[in-house]
Design a protein around this ligand. Structure first.
Ligand SMILES: Nc1[nH]c(=O)nc2c1ncn2[C@H]1C[C@H](O)[C@@H](COP(=O)(O)OP(=O)(O)OP(=O)(O)O)O1
Length: 192
């Protein structure tokens, strides 16, 4: 059954660090029906797993071009966050998921001098059909956990991937200056 999670967007950049993201994430992971107020840009990030390995995509164009990441993008009007996650996964990797994705985290990204916050919903799954294919946007490749190329990824990834890979639930706040300078952050593991 599709999840009814919708974007939670009540954060303001004035209260970025210290906002009760922990409570929000607990509510979301607990299945609360939180509706968007459309202040944040809501994005998805999906990790497809097989034992000891994770599928990443090399971003060929657009935002964060040249870096490896999970699959995802903007949630479109009229779809739940999970529906958006599955759609982006399929568009970018060719893989399909019919079961529910495991929603493991919510990450908030603030950029200096940019009023828009990115609200990234992180999912993982071991259950998929199809074979990864290269698309216009991403070139997929399986990585053993110890070989994940953190130097060619978002600077925050090395801080929370181990939680995601180990099936923990977490949330995080990150403040960037540009795309490469991570000024401050907090990450919380949460109990479901
Ligand atoms: N700091 C960060 N660390 C990270 O690991 N992933 C991040 C990130 N900031 C954004 N992302 C992810 C979320 C999402 O999966 C992706 C951005 O999506 P896209 O580049 O696809 O965005 P677009 O605005 O181009 O969306 P679409 O046009 O819908 O594909 O990057």
């Amino acid at each position: 059954m599709p999840s009814r999670w919708m974007a939670h967007s009540s954060f303001s950049s004035d209260h970025f660090i210290g906002v009760d993201l922990l409570g929000v994430a607990r509510a979301i992971l607990g299945g609360a029906k939180i509706m968007s107020t459309c202040k944040n840009k809501v994005l998805t990030l999906v990790f497809v797993l097989r034992p000891g390995e994770v599928l990443l995509g090399y971003k060929k164009r657009g935002f964060a071009q040249g870096w490896w990441n999970g699959f995802g993008g903007k949630v479109e009007a009229g779809e739940t966050i999970e529906e958006g996650a599955k759609r982006e996964l399929h568009e970018e990797s060719g893989l399909s998921v019919s079961n529910e994705l495991d929603h493991v985290g919510v990450l908030m990204f603030e950029f200096v001098n940019d009023p828009v916050l990115l609200e990234v919903h992180v999912y993982r799954t071991y259950s998929y059909t199809g074979t990864p294919i290269e698309t216009e946007e991403m070139k997929p490749q399986w990585f053993k956990h110890q070989d994940i190329p953190y130097k060619d990824m978002w600077p925050d990834d090395k801080l929370w991937y181990s939680l995601m890979l180990n099936g923990k639930y977490f949330n995080g706040n990150f403040k960037f200056e540009g795309l490469t300078n991570l000024l401050e952050y907090e990450i919380n593991e949460i109990t479901k």
